[in-house]
Design a protein around this ligand. Structure first.
Ligand SMILES: Cc1ncc(C[n+]2csc(CCOP(=O)(O)OP(=O)(O)O)c2C)c(N)n1
Ligand SMILES: [Mg+2]
Length: 399
């Protein structure tokens, strides 16, 4: 059964985003939400064909003037992000990282939304937003320090308007909402975007962020990557309605976009950011995608999901579909793909070398950053830790 998309609603001030149905007959098929399977916005089919019809018109205009050069740029972003991610997974397997959370399969959702942002916008990511970090200009090697256990973050959030990775599920939606309320009070026309997952949608923090952002009309985009799984819990254990429909109950629009379609992800995010800038408040974007790999390198998805599900999503690969489109429209030649392959290799080498060269941290540094002026309890813990460390020296001395 087909239901109409609830978004986009007719905005109060900007022209052209009148209510529409999204693309008919292009529904994701691998996993159905309970009840009905809603339509999703798609501008590029898995076969790499451009979708343009009455249903897509409202979003089409946000990518109407995209150049071949920009399309190649999106492709390059996705390829290099995937390469970086594969390298990080290998480095974990080699013992160079303690853990890695792969974004494999989610490149289009992240690059499309990431490239929709302006420099002055502010991003609040989860721990999996390596593609968004790439778009913000955060050096990929900086993402690895925390996963190697040599620092607690790895970059200055204000350097690229990209907050530190957040592990406490959903909490960053509240940070984003508060930040967006501040942006509005400053009278700035920047927007804020909060990334979170399908599992995070069950957190109280996310419901509170939705409530606050709605009543304060905060310029924030809630970008939910529904990758179908929260570790071993499938999305149907999080919700009885399609996630994007949640927004309606809070009083703002929600839309489901094909998260494996970089063009649609770009267009829909631009639309949502425009709403924020125009003072129209929050928007929920549900990017319907799939986590192709394990939750993290500590997880084994063969224990809880079938191979056929992954295979069905492989056919919708975000990178392959843009490549097909670029080739069919003669926007990229063999030389481009060969050069990109060489660039990927070089990135892989650079990442490997950078990780191995990371200095071990000063074990006591963590005690210095909890309070500006120190604290008796922290002093006690520092002393306990010092004694613990010294106990190893004793053991070694005794041998
Ligand atoms: C508040 C909180 N509860 C539980 C966890 C443990 N945890 C880590 S990741 C995760 C699943 C998150 O799933 P989802 O939001 O769908 O994001 P995804 O990992 O799929 O990108 C959980 C429960 C946590 N980090 N924080
Ligand atoms: Mg998930």
């Amino acid at each position: 059964m087909t239901v109409e998309s609830t978004a986009p609603r007719k905005p109060r001030r900007s022209a052209g985003t009148t209510g529409t149905k999204s693309t008919a007959g292009k529904r994701a098929t691998a996993r159905k939400s309970p009840g009905t399977e809603p339509e999703l916005v798609q501008l590029l089919t898995p076969e790499g064909e451009r979708v343009q019809n009455a249903g897509t018109a409202a979003y089409d205009k946000y990518v109407a003037d995209i150049t071949p050069d920009e399309l190649r740029g999106l492709y390059r972003d996705m390829v290099l992000t995937r390469r970086f991610d594969a390298e990080a997974t290998s480095l974990q397997r080699q013992g160079e990282l303690g853990l890695w959370a792969s974004l494999l399969g989610q490149e289009a959702a992240q690059i499309g939304s990431g490239r929709a942002l302006r420099d002055d916008d502010y991003v609040f990511p989860t721990y999996r937003e390596h593609g968004v970090a790439w778009c913000r200009g955060v050096d990929p090697t900086n993402l690895l320090g925390m996963f190697r256990g040599v620092n607690n973050g790895g970059w200055d959030p204000n350097g690229n308007n990209f907050h530190l990775y957040t592990i406490v599920i959903g909490s960053q939606t509240l940070h984003a909402t508060g930040y967006a309320m501040g942006v509005a009070k400053d009278g700035a026309d920047s927007a804020v975007i909060a990334y979170f997952g399908d599992g995070a949608s069950s957190q109280g923090d996310v419901a509170e962020a939705f409530t606050f952002s709605a009543v304060y009309n905060a310029p924030v985009v809630f970008f939910c990557q529904n990758n179908q799984w929260a570790i071993s819990e499938p999305t149907e254990r999080q919700t009885r309605v399609p996630l994007y429909q949640r927004a309606q109950g809070f009083g703002f629009p929600g839309v489901r976009v094909d998260g494996n379609d970089v063009l649609a992800s770009l267009a829909v995010t631009r639309w949502a950011l425009e709403r924020a800038r125009n003072g129209e408040g929050p928007t929920l974007v549900e990017a319907y995608t799939y986590r192709m790999g394990a939750h993290t390198t500590s997880d084994d998805p063969t224990k809880y999901r079938a191979d056929e599900e992954r295979e069905a999503w492989e056919a919708k690969d975000p990178i392959l579909r843009l490549r097909r489109f670029l080739e069919a429209s003669n926007h990229a030649d063999e030389g481009f793909f060969a050069e990109l392959e060489a660039e990927s290799e070089a990135l892989g080498r650079r990442v490997r070398e950078a990780v191995r060269a990371m200095p071990d941290p000063d074990h006591f540094a963590i005690f210095e950053h909890a309070y500006a002026d120190g604290h008796a309890l922290v002093d006690e813990e520092r002393a306990q830790f010092a004694a613990y460390q010294a106990s190893f020296a004793d053991a070694e001395g005794g041998n």
